[in-house]
Design a protein around this ligand. Sequence first.
Ligand code: LRH
Length: 473
Amino acid sequence: MSTGAVAAVDLGATSGRVIVGRVGANELDLETVGRFPNRPVETVNGLHWDLLGLYRGVVGGLTEAVRTEPQIASIGIDSWAVDYGLFRGGRMLGTPFHYRDERSAAGVEATHAVVPFDELYRRNGLQFLPFNTVYQLAAEKHGGMLDLADMMLLVPDLIGYFLTGESVAERTNASTTGLLDVSTGEWDTELASRLGIPTGILPRLVGAGERVGSLLPYARRELGTDRAIDVVAVGSHDTASAVVAVPMQAESAAYISCGTWGLVGVELETPVLTDAAREANFTNEGGVDGRVRFLHNVMGLWLLSESVRTWERGGDTIDLPTLLAAAADVTAPVAVFDANDPRFIAPGDMPERIAEWCRENGAPVPTSHAEFARSIVESLAQAFADAVHTAAELSGRTVESIHIVGGGSLNELLCQVTADRSGLPVLAGPVEATAIGNVLVQARAQGFVEGDLEALRALVAQAFAPRRFAPRA
Ligand code: LRH
């Protein structure tokens, strides 16, 4: 085995980045070569992703990647789940919607009228999230778009299509659509047909580590390379890539991939499809190497970022480290609100919605930015602790520690309070788990490293030793 380099494209809800990863048997090193904002756009018909702007950012980042490391062996792409573009004859039909757009509410009703939720859960194993692809597609049907389309590509596959001309659906992300059979891992075409979703729009499934195709001539020119670099499928659902890079002993640990969302759960070999799992709204998403990501979506740092956005719109200037330091110093009792309440999903005035929850539930309404921030951290930590205990109970696992990866792992207050509220040690980091998981799956496909996820995680633990937060009495 020799050391080699790959490029990871990681698109998040607020920004995208391109990272060059250098990997060998005892080496794991990351260099961020491109970073660009991801700014959703509201138009007359709802909230959209600026897909072409994102693609421009990807091309710019990859150009820098091949300049920095001309011999990169491959490119892997991951992003948030569930969202897609519709195509006809190779052309994108309109601008992809943001999963926080409200149109999917109508799709939920229409879908459940045909296939009740408990049957859906038996078939796809997914927790109810109003924006699961299957509900969004039902809303498209309403608008007539679905009947025009001959192909649907999830966001990372869509970027891969622009680069290679190959249309595929990577399995970990396909598992978040609601149209993948949780038992077979194949498209559930019977379900799709019953819901009036044309099965012809569902692309060929590929697994993480499989080659997708190589850069088209125009893309080579754009990137300034004459090499036909391969795009390799990774855990293209960002959470799947993040879980690859959790430096955990999977049998005895829970993980929280904490960014915009807090994805809280355990890794299993087989799905849990019990009534109790369905009622607790736990999901069985597809993991890399056929593992199961048994987890629950907690609202995550969105609560904080959307609050900050609200205050800034009102003319305040917020410095996040200063705000969190002030939150740590709050001594007044703060409300622990239900961070899972669906009222917090949509964009808009977050502090007002939190205050509304407090008034309705007789909890103290925060009176300053610092109190709001503290209340958010305490509420997230409580929801994290509850979800960890529920995951353990539903899966029959004994959880001895909690790993927090992603941006939230830098939030010391959140890590400490999560340890306190769960009574379990929290191991924080790496912050770039998603990009690391993306890099490692490519590196293994290229033969720069070998082994199962445990071997990959040992490499992560060695390169990015986690920081420990012990629970306080
Ligand atoms: C996190 C994430 C999460 C999904 C949501 C749509 O970025 O992919 O796993 O539920 O976005």
